[in-house]
Design a protein around this ligand. Structure first.
Ligand code: UD1
Length: 376
């Protein structure tokens, strides 16, 4: 039986792998092995996602943990090489742009194991962003480049990658969102936080460029406090951000403002319940820019650029940077009912996992019956 190894490591990976895993099990005779690198290890950053998304427990857990980029990537590579040599997969599938992604890409390529990259082709064109380096390297090495949007195809072609490696499959993360939304909204999350539907905002921050520099983080917190002077703002705080707020003594922003509500990182379903019914979202997350577009909720991206321009061109996203005045002004506009409206992009339809499963089966020549073409 042909074997596919999936790599997950960090929080944004889990909701991308779950629909692919499910579709492969339902539609192909492929054997699947799930490897968790352990890049994220807290229950709230990792374990809860497996139960929320119906993802089976990992077959192998590498326990890599935190460290510098070199340490984290190198440790992951050393451990993954052993696992790949033991299991001899026919295909390694990686998602997104975290350090676990690039580590797996390097190891599989050096062992001449075919590599698929789900969410290929996204570019911020800023090499200051560690994820950009991970994206460029992984795409260079992948045999199958599975893209979420047409702009990603164009980026890959511009870089000289062969057209027959590129397959537009749509946004697999939106498969998870559509499959979970109804269930999420039945949870008593709003009630337990004392919130009314569409009567609150949600904020997340975790990019090193936003949270590691106290001046930038202080400015962002002051803009968020302004939003909280108008409506409650729920702020699930990433461990990196929590550490920086405490080290830099920035916690007073919360003490002064009872409407600004820091909470622990949330599970997938709880967080979806919160975002799907929010009036406004402020974030530096890549995934959340896409989820808000799929949900039709206005999103202010607190970064200077996005690798997901389709969320701006077609969706509800506005890239507003990190200048507090500009954020305040955009938030006021959105809260006054002039938030960005949008439509859902092509192939963000809940069926990307199926397209990927069919493509893997065809690539490994194990398809049964007729498979429809997956790339346009
Ligand atoms: C990583 C990804 C980023 C992704 C983000 C989602 C890279 C380069 N970055 O960033 O693309 O958007 O995950 O969260 O891969 N920590 C904990 N518990 C955990 C995990 C981390 O406390 O379970 C703390 C540690 O102090 C750690 C810090 O968070 O040093 C940063 O974790 P790390 O995995 O290095 O990167 P993220 O900032 O989470």
């Amino acid at each position: 039986m042909k074997k596919v190894i999936h790599i997950v490591g960090a929080r944004p990976n889990f909701m991308k792998v779950a629909p692919i895993h499910r579709a492969i099990a339902a539609r192909t005779p492929l054997q699947q092995i799930l490897i968790h690198t352990g890049q994220h290890y807290d229950v709230k950053m990792s374990d809860v996602f497996f139960s929320d998304l119906g993802l089976p427990a990992p077959d192998v857990h590498l326990g890599i943990g935190s460290g510098s980029h070199a340490q984290q990537t190198a440790r992951t590579m050393v451990e993954l090489e052993k696992v790949f040599l033991e299991h001899k997969p026919d295909l390694v599938s990686v998602v997104g742009d975290v350090n676990s992604t690039v580590a797996a890409a390097l190891v599989s390529s050096k062992l001449a194991i075919p590599l698929a990259h789900v969410e290929a082709g996204l570019r911020s064109y800023s090499r200051h962003q560690p994820e950009e380096i991970n994206r460029v390297v992984t795409d260079r090495l992948a045999d199958l480049l599975l893209t979420p949007s047409r702009d990603a195809d164009a980026n890959l072609l511009k870089e000289g990658l062969e057209p027959d490696r590129i397959h537009f499959v749509g946004n697999v993360m939106i498969d998870s969102l559509l499959a979970s939304k109804e269930r999420a909204e039945q949870l008593p999350v709003l009630k337990s936080l004392g919130l009314a539907p569409h009567g609150y905002a949600v904020c997340t921050l975790h990019r090193p460029s936003n949270v590691d520099d106290p001046r930038v983080l202080g400015g962002l917190l002051s803009a968020i406090a302004h939003v909280a002077s108008r409506i409650p703002v729920v702020f699930p705080v990433h461990p990196r951000t929590r550490k920086m707020i405490s080290e830099q003594g920035l916690g007073s922003a919360f003490e002064r403002n009872p409407n600004l509500r820091p909470v622990d990182p949330m599970g997938y379903l709880e967080f979806l319940a919160l975002t799907s019914q929010a009036r406004l979202i402020l974030t530096d997350s890549g995934g959340l820019q896409e989820e808000t577009t799929a949900l039709g909720v206005p999103c202010l991206t607190l970064r200077e650029q996005t690798e997901r321009p389709i969320t701006v061109e077609e969706g509800t996203n506005e890239v507003v940077g990190t200048d507090p005045d500009r954020i305040r002004e955009a938030a006021d506009r959105a809260l006054n009912g002039q938030g960005k409206k949008g439509r859902v992009p092509e192939y963000w339809d809940g069926r990307s996992g199926e397209r990927i499963a069919d493509l893997f089966a065809r690539f490994l020549s194990v398809e049964q019956g007729s498979l429809r073409a997956v790339s346009a």
